[in-house]
Design a protein around this ligand. Structure first.
Ligand code: NI
Length: 226
């Protein structure tokens, strides 16, 4: 029951004092006492706010280069990526687009096949590990962890995947310099997940058939709602 309905017969009392006093109550209470002309003003404000936020979103997406995310079962997601050979400005721009796309989708990692490019390249920003990895390879692993994992190309539907606890990555940066980086826990999981993408492997390929089918089924169902 809203506060307004507890006071029958007062709905037409629209003196400013009544409105103000009523306004000290809950939002619903004030809503019930607000005369039509004030309500109209509020609606107009809401309308302009909606228009402004839409315009700012459009400007934001124009400034950021957000690419379309490729989704399962696109062929490119199952192909072994080609090595990155050119370390020029266009690679730097591509990586910037990949970061924008990843942040926009609220992901922690994004590989080139996920934007339709058959390339061995990924970006990530996860648990203080922010990097660009071209031609990545996992050169050492240690231990084991079991945890939830999802993928932007499979609608973020989560599933438990067993992975090594630690992983050592070897890759080239945006200028072509080779580097090695070790990570643990969730960041190690990202190293492994994204390197898998470059090898044409999705996290669902690491699941038992029954669970893989469940993830795919849920992903397709959620997609059909959109
Ligand atoms: Ni993924």
């Amino acid at each position: 029951m809203s506060a307004g309905s507890a006071l029958p017969g007062r709905k037409k009392d629209f003196s400013p004092t009544a409105v103000f006093t009523a306004g000290l109550g809950t939002a619903t209470f004030r809503g019930n006492f607000l005369p039509a002309k004030y309500a109209k003003g509020r609606e107009t404000k809401r309308f302009f706010f909606r228009v402004l936020s839409r315009i700012s979103r459009v400007i934001f997406s124009l400034l950021m280069a957000i690419r379309k995310i490729t989704e399962y079962p696109a062929d490119v997601l199952g192909q072994v990526g080609k090595p990155v050979t050119e370390f020029d400005n266009s690679l730097a721009e591509l990586c910037a687009d990949m970061f924008d796309t990843m942040y926009d989708a609220e992901g922690v990692g994004l590989a080139a096949p996920q934007i339709g490019l058959n390339l061995r390249l990924f970006v990530m920003d996860c648990h203080d590990v922010k990097l660009i990895a071209a031609n990545p390879e996992i050169i050492a692993t240690e231990g084991e962890q079991s945890g939830q994992e999802g993928c932007l190309s499979v609608g973020k539907v989560p599933a438990v995947v067993v992975r090594p606890m630690k992983a050592r990555l070897r890759a080239q940066d945006v200028k072509g310099e080779w580097f090695e980086r070790e990570a643990e826990g969730y960041a190690a999981r990202a190293f492994l997940h994204e390197t898998d993408h470059c090898d044409g492997k999705l996290f669902i390929d690491r699941l038992p058939k029954l669970r893989r089918d469940m993830v795919v089924k849920r992903f397709k169902k959620e997609k059909s709602w959109k």
